[in-house]
Design a protein around this ligand. Sequence first.
Ligand code: ASP
Length: 342
Amino acid sequence: MQSRRHFLSSSLGAAIGAGIGYVIGKRQAKPAVANEPSDSPSDNRQAPGEIYTGGLVLSTWNHGIPANHAAWEVLKSGGRAVDAAEAGVRVVEADPAGTSVGIGGAPDRDGHVTLDACIMDETGNAGAVCYLQDIMHPISVARKVMDDTPHVMLSGSGARQFAVEQGFETVDLLTPESKARWEEWLATSSYKPIINVENHDTIGLIAMDQQGNFGGACTTSGLAYKMHGRVGDSPIIGAGLYVDNEIGAATATGLGELVMKTCGSFLIVELMRQGLSPQEACEEAVARICSKGDYKNYQIGYLAMNKQGETGAFSIHPGFNYAMIKGGEDKGMQDSGNFSES
Ligand code: ASP
């Protein structure tokens, strides 16, 4: 009897044979059959079906560089991808200079810093916290939710209570600098997210370890000056992050509402399951958003990787960059392709 996976890929093959294609943005793309090489611009392409075991880390924005280094410290000694992802994003959470993550993150419009984070491992386990206050490392609270509770997500005061019970210290996350910026904003209270500026430090980090297993983490203070109580895509499994160890991993940054409404990271992993390369899958997920309404004033950036170590990155507008380490080689910052210029 053929396996379910084989059945899906052969069904897709039949669909392709019947002339069914994916509409990707402004072009008609040909989906690749699962496990065949794709058009991906990624380097170090692997032979069909061969699992990449050199170690791979991808993360959003400039802060990805120190985060990637911390993640690589875990991977280089044979550690798990999920541990690498957690270690990586913790660097950004602890940096008060980052204005969209952890301490120093921009508050909501009422002056409260509320944090969202989620994590997934190679077994499909997931943990998340949202609307969490006073805790510097929401990603590690999410990890505890994943490892030590029967639940996937805790929110608000319940998440805070759980964190304190687990020994996390409480801290004032509103730094003098972030308070001053918020007070300046209060003078006008005009809410206009600025592409590539307002959320420049939110970090989604996906990793593949030397056993060929995936893990990922995503953490943010969310949109600056959001409504009190607003939760974005970053702690939502399948929106801000998704990992399926059979297929690959994806993560998102940008206006979370657009990612949530299209289940962005889950969509990318499912498109890869159907045979698209990580690059094609990211492009299709961006195109899905752009086909549904007003995207002109909003930025979204997606990152993805597959079992063969191919990578993908795509955004709505120019300016989305990401950091990569592959096989121990630090490739520094890279610019993604984007919809509005394609
Ligand atoms: N996705 C985050 C949110 O909407 C913000 C960002 O990544 O820029 O909360």
